[in-house]
Design a protein around this ligand. Structure first.
Ligand SMILES: NC(=O)C1=CN([C@@H]2O[C@H](COP(=O)(O)OP(=O)(O)OC[C@H]3O[C@@H](n4cnc5c(N)ncnc54)[C@H](O)[C@@H]3O)[C@@H](O)[C@H]2O)C=CC1
Ligand SMILES: NCC(=O)COP(=O)(O)O
Length: 334
């Protein structure tokens, strides 16, 4: 990728015991092959050292990242009281991952970075240190002063983009959480996000049902009639191109995918399973509705393979590329 006039991307390493440090280092190693823009990593250098013996270019100011990028992996250090071993998460590592996220978001908010790319964190570890947000999505939203109801987590692959209306909550809580107002707001944020980040002037949104066969006319549940259809009608009344409620089981085959730019799904797995099944190596998690660009690879910490040189860097590379593309789209539209 040719060097852009935009600031570098800020990349939090994620949990130091996970595969974040490895995939970020591998991305820097393969920066030309993956066509990556300059980025600066933020985290504990020892977590990178534990899995990689390449050059680290320690910097204090993200403005140094562009020139350092040719020399080594630019890195802003977060001192951690303990050194984490790959595959063995700790409380200190969870704090370190949160500090890195906080700094990365701050750099993007101040304009010192053109976007934030977040490495994978362990929600279990974060919850154990008092983290009260469902995920990084909501944390970033709060730091940007945006209510979590007004941001969405989109999983974007080459042939499919999906958004879950509800995210990290128990499945049994989903029906109570779903309201027409929430579906409408998630739908609107998704449609505007497709325009702003992906340059799609008249986006098409397909909305799923909750129940089998989208409720089979009310015989298999009322959510489609009472909650989802009214939200669809409200979005259409605003002029948006919205269809549904669609039975989710037949929405993701090739012909169906060609009919929409994103699918709004009712719960986490309804949205994430099709994207990860089709696009595990190139799908990106992007938060829409923020004043900044934030992306992440579609995978988690993968503690089971950390430190074994098995981690595939392509999802992280896709997250870096998409962050740069969205930042450039926004800058061109401004
Ligand atoms: N954006 C984020 O920060 C995310 C964090 N998580 C967190 O990650 C932790 C583990 O979650 P899991 O459900 O086990 O998902 P996971 O994505 O960490 O792992 C699932 C399976 O995929 C493999 N895998 C994942 N990424 C890979 C890669 N780049 N290359 C090769 N193999 C890869 C793993 O080895 C594992 O077998 C949880 O604590 C969860 O909260 C999960 C998803 C996203
Ligand atoms: N399952 C996707 C996921 O966990 C990503 O969540 P977030 O931390 O990016 O909010």
């Amino acid at each position: 990728m040719s060097r852009s006039p935009l600031s570098p991307l800020a990349v939090s390493l994620g949990d130091p015991a996970g595969i974040g440090p490895e995939v970020i280092a591998k991305c820097w190693d393969n920066r030309d092959r993956f066509e990556l823009p300059p980025f600066v990593a933020i985290g504990d250098p020892r977590s990178v050292r534990a899995v990689w013996d390449g050059e680290i270019a320690t910097i204090d100011d993200p403005r140094e990242a562009d020139s350092a990028f040719d020399v080594g992996l630019p890195l802003i250090q977060i001192p951690s009281p303990e050194e984490d071993r790959p595959g063995h998460p700790s409380v200190a590592g969870a704090h370190c991952s949160l500090d890195a996220l906080e700094i990365a978001v701050g750099l993007a908010r101040s304009g010192s970075a053109s976007a934030v790319v977040t490495g994978p964190v362990s929600k279990e570890q974060l919850y154990s240190i008092g983290f009260r947000h469902p995920g990084q999505t909501e944390f970033v939203a709060e730091r940007c002063g945006i209510a979590s109801a007004n941001v969405v987590m989109m999983l974007a692959g080459a042939t499919l983009r999906t958004v879950p209306v509800t995210t990290h909550i128990p499945l049994r809580d989903v029906p109570d959480e779903l309201t027409a107002a929430l579906i409408e707001s998630r739908g609107r944020t998704t449609l505007r996000g497709l325009q702003r980040n992906f340059g799609i002037a008249e986006p098409r949104l397909a909305i799923t049902g909750l129940n089998p066969h989208a409720g089979e006319g009310g015989l298999l549940g009322q959510a489609e009639i009472e909650v989802i259809a009214p939200a669809i009608a409200a979005l259409r009344a605003e002029g948006w191109r919205v269809t549904g409620p669609h039975p989710a089981d037949t929405l993701f085959h090739e012909t169906a995918r060609a009919r929409f730019d994103a699918a709004l799904c009712m719960y986490h797995d309804q949205a994430l399973i099709p994207v990860k099944a089709l696009h595990f190596t190139d799908a990106v998690n992007i938060t829409l509705g923020l004043p900044i660009v934030r992306t992440a690879p579609d995978h988690g910490t993968a503690f089971d393979i950390a430190g074994q040189d098995k981690a595939d860097p392509r999802p992280m590379a896709a997250a870096l590329r998409l962050a740069a593309e969205c930042a450039a789209n926004r800058s061109a539209a401004a």
